[in-house]
Write a protein that binds this ligand. Structure first.
Ligand SMILES: C[S@@+](CC[C@H](N)C(=O)[O-])C[C@H]1O[C@@H](n2cnc3c(N)ncnc32)[C@H](O)[C@@H]1O
Length: 439
């Protein structure tokens, strides 16, 4: 089924009329000690597969390096034509260009008041950002009755709130709510909107993970390798833990662990040693100082400038994941989001690095198979690997599905952006879209 074409002119000349209701709530802060434990549990699960491949002496993981061809086989490149105009209408260089927008619209276009399928009555955007995806969904679904948007970042929340408010106007049947909250609290957020929602469920949920361009481009947030700023990296500025705390006060083994596990950095031990040694001279207090240390630690033989930039990118990724407890939050939230779906409802997740994608893939399998007895994580009592290829009933974008007890994974392989989108929006290059449907 083709995604609805959205016309900026049409939407401007006849803005939908919506009823509006706003809510704003602050987030709680995770404690540092619980972060150690929870992060360790998550990564243990991620590495389950790798551990199976250990050699007989209990030694090193000996997985064969994946060739590019093997990697490509494991995903499905989107065959949609990239709609540049649409991406610019819902994004913008000053804010954030929504990734795989056409594909996301297509996922939810199976709900439509104008077709024989059921209408999209309720939608939750867990990661508002600049509200690019949200704005497009709201405009493509005039039948929408309930919209809920969340972002843990106050700047993103404020911008998105204003955008959705102006899009919706001031009177209609659409009740729109935005919350400055972590998506791990989706159940309590929906309960606040309407007690009944948790039992009735919502039709669509979107998670577009990671950072927005607004966050990366703001040096003060400390996310950018290329701009000097404080070692912060908090998505939620009210959270207590910063990257500076980790670098200057976490035990050396924990610093090494996050570089190895969250950054997948092979040179982690030498970096860990240099970071701990820097504490003797006052510690690290800016992203520039950290980048300098990485540049000096990365051997010249490892690819010159590209080499240390890659290492720095991996170290920044590791710190960001640890600061925001991203992996455990993601895993828990996927289960919570699925619980919040109505039968037939869909959860779409866009991830940007392999650790996230592995969690989405594995958690989706666990979700659809949670009644099964097989502990392998690959299948249960019922034939989980009932991969459907029949083209008769399914939508054009769906290539292969995996059916389980509780739902269907609509993307056996993740969908990745079209070549054109990758070319025009560098940030989209690592994006992977996975979709699960309840019931
Ligand atoms: C990639 S951006 C989303 C962009 C958005 N889809 C758009 O089209 O503009 C990701 C957003 O998710 C937010 N975020 C990340 N982790 C979050 C969490 N655990 N809870 C809520 N929001 C989160 C970030 O603050 C950021 O604004």
């Amino acid at each position: 089924m083709a995604a609805p074409k959205l016309s900026l002119l049409a939407s401007l000349s006849s803005p939908p009329k919506f009823h509006f209701h706003w809510t704003r709530i602050l987030c709680g802060n995770p404690t540092h000690s619980s972060l150690f434990l929870r992060n360790a549990t998550t990564i243990t699960k991620i590495n389950k597969k790798k551990k199976k491949q250990r050699n007989g002496k209990g030694g090193i993981v000996t997985a064969k390096p994946e060739s590019l061809a093997e990697k490509l086989k494991k995903r499905t490149r989107s065959d949609r034509e990239f709609d540049k105009e649409q991406a610019m209408v819902y994004g913008g260089t000053a804010t954030h260009v929504p990734v795989m927008l056409g594909e996301v619209l297509e996922v939810f276009s199976s709900f439509s008041s104008s077709s024989s399928s059921s209408p999209l009555r309720s939608f939750v955007d867990c990661t508002l950002g600049a509200a690019g995806h949200s704005s497009a969904i709201i405009q493509a679904h005039p039948e929408l009755e309930l919209y809920v948007g969340m972002d843990v970042d106050p700047i993103a929340h404020e911008k998105a709130q204003a955008r959705i408010r102006s899009l919706c106007g001031d009177s209609s049947h659409l009740k729109a709510h935005t919350f400055m909250r972590n998506f791990k609290n989706i159940k309590s957020v929906l309960r606040e909107v309407d007690e009944e929602l948790l039992s009735s469920g919502v039709d669509g949920i979107l998670m577009d993970l990671g950072m927005s361009s607004m966050q990366v481009n703001n040096a003060e947030r400390g996310f950018s390798v290329l701009a000097n700023g404080p070692l912060d990296m908090r998505m939620d500025p009210q959270a207590s833990l910063t990257a500076e705390d980790i670098l200057n006060s976490w035990p050396d083994t924990e610093v090494g662990r996050i570089l190895r596990e969250y950054g997948e950095e092979s040179n982690w031990r030498s970096l860990q040693n240099k970071i701990v040694k820097a504490r003797l001279f006052g510690g690290l207090h800016s992203t520039g100082e950290l980048v300098d240390l990485i540049r000096k630690t990365t051997p010249r033989t490892r690819g010159g400038r590209q080499g240390w930039i890659k290492t720095a990118t991996r170290a920044f990724q590791a710190l960001r994941i640890a600061v925001n407890d991203e992996l455990k939050t993601l895993e828990d939230s996927l289960y919570a989001c699925f619980d919040c779906l109505t039968p037939g409802g869909r959860l779409a997740v866009i991830s940007f690095h392999s650790l996230e994608d592995r969690i989405v893939k594995q958690t989706f399998l666990d979700i659809i198979n949670s009644n099964g007895e097989d502990e392998s994580g690959e299948g249960g009592g019922k034939d989980l690997r009932n991969i459907r290829n029949d083209n008769d009933e399914k939508e054009a974008w769906i290539k292969q599905m995996v059916q389980g007890w509780n739902g269907t994974i609509l993307t056996k392989r993740p969908i990745t952006p079209s070549e054109e989108e990758e070319r025009l929006n560098r940030r989209s290059r690592s994006a992977k879209l996975r979709v699960i449907q309840k019931g």
